[in-house]
Design a protein around this ligand. Structure first.
Ligand code: MG
Length: 280
């Protein structure tokens, strides 16, 4: 199933994307739907289906209950371009996993504008990422059981201010500005793809190809991430983990290709769809 959150006649609804439009489901929001679990959702009775043209899509989880957990440097080619940009040597050894978080008061919807924060941000960048959504309380998860804890997947653009990121010696501020977490267009439920997912991931700026990779190339895999984090941290249903971005972000080019007002950013993952936003 492809699950969406949308606005219909001024009210927020959740539903399933079908060939005929959006089939509404009887949950107040996506967090409640995720907590109910996939079997319950599959058995839920819809009151009606409306044409896609009659709704406005929102981010599938417009208000995550907690900060998004993010992986840094989780594709080899991106770790290389980052080291080059920051003037560091790139180590070929398998690195430790890098975790950070991203504050998201409200995730930006597909086809909306992302503020460029002019006056605060000069080096604005994009990062197409596969986001994993946890479906049930996870503690001490064994790698071979990790798939049981996944509710689904969405596309997340880990928007970043490279100047704030390096200027404050920590990524939190530079990645948590208003509008910096576009997400969508839907959640692909975990049963729709193999685990771990091997899906094409790409991005384009004004139609120009920038990133082009596959989620099978994660250095730290989803089972490894879940096993590692849940040794000491309980992950609740609805937790979102952004698994990192491949090479081809703006800072990876020489000279860098940062974003400017008017630029159209498209992040795409096979089977999930295209997440498109315009820089304001
Ligand atoms: Mg990232």
């Amino acid at each position: 199933m492809k699950l969406v959150t949308c606005l219909y006649e001024g009210t927020q609804r959740v539903g399933v994307l079908t060939d005929n439009g959006v089939m509404f489901l009887p949950y107040p929001d996506m967090n409640a739907l995720i907590e109910a679990g996939l079997p319950a959702v599959k058995g839920a009775v819809s009151e009606k289906t409306v044409p896609l043209a009659d709704v406005t899509l929102l981010a599938p989880v417009p208000r995550p209950r907690q900060d998004v957990i993010c992986l840094g440097m989780n594709y080899v080619d991106h770790a290389e371009e980052s080291a080059r940009y920051n003037g560091r040597a790139f180590s070929k050894e398998k690195p430790v996993s890098v975790y950070f978080s991203k504050r998201v008061s409200e995730a930006a919807a597909p086809d909306t504008e992302i503020p460029s924060h002019q006056g605060l941000v000069e080096r604005l960048d994009y990062e197409a990422e596969l986001a994993v959504i946890i479906g049930k309380t996870a503690k001490n998860v064994k790698p071979e059981e990790a798939g049981d804890y996944i509710f689904g997947y969405t596309v997340l653009n880990d928007m970043s201010s490279r100047d704030l990121q390096t200027g404050h010696m920590q990524w939190y501020f530079g990645k948590s500005l208003d509008g910096f977490t576009p997400m969508g267009p839907c959640i692909l439920t975990a049963d729709e793809t193999a685990f771990p997912p091997a899906l094409k991931i790409s991005s384009r700026i004004n139609g120009e190809p920038r990133q082009d990779s596959n989620t099978s190339l994660l250095i730290h895999t989803i089972p490894a991430i879940l096993a590692e984090l849940t040794q000491g941290m309980t992950l609740l249903p609805g937790t979102i983990i952004a698994t990192g971005t491949p090479a081809g972000v703006g800072m990876g080019f020489e000279p860098p290709k940062f974003l400017h007002p008017g630029d159209v950013v498209e992040c795409e993952i096979e089977k999930i769809g295209v997440l498109r936003n315009t820089i304001r």
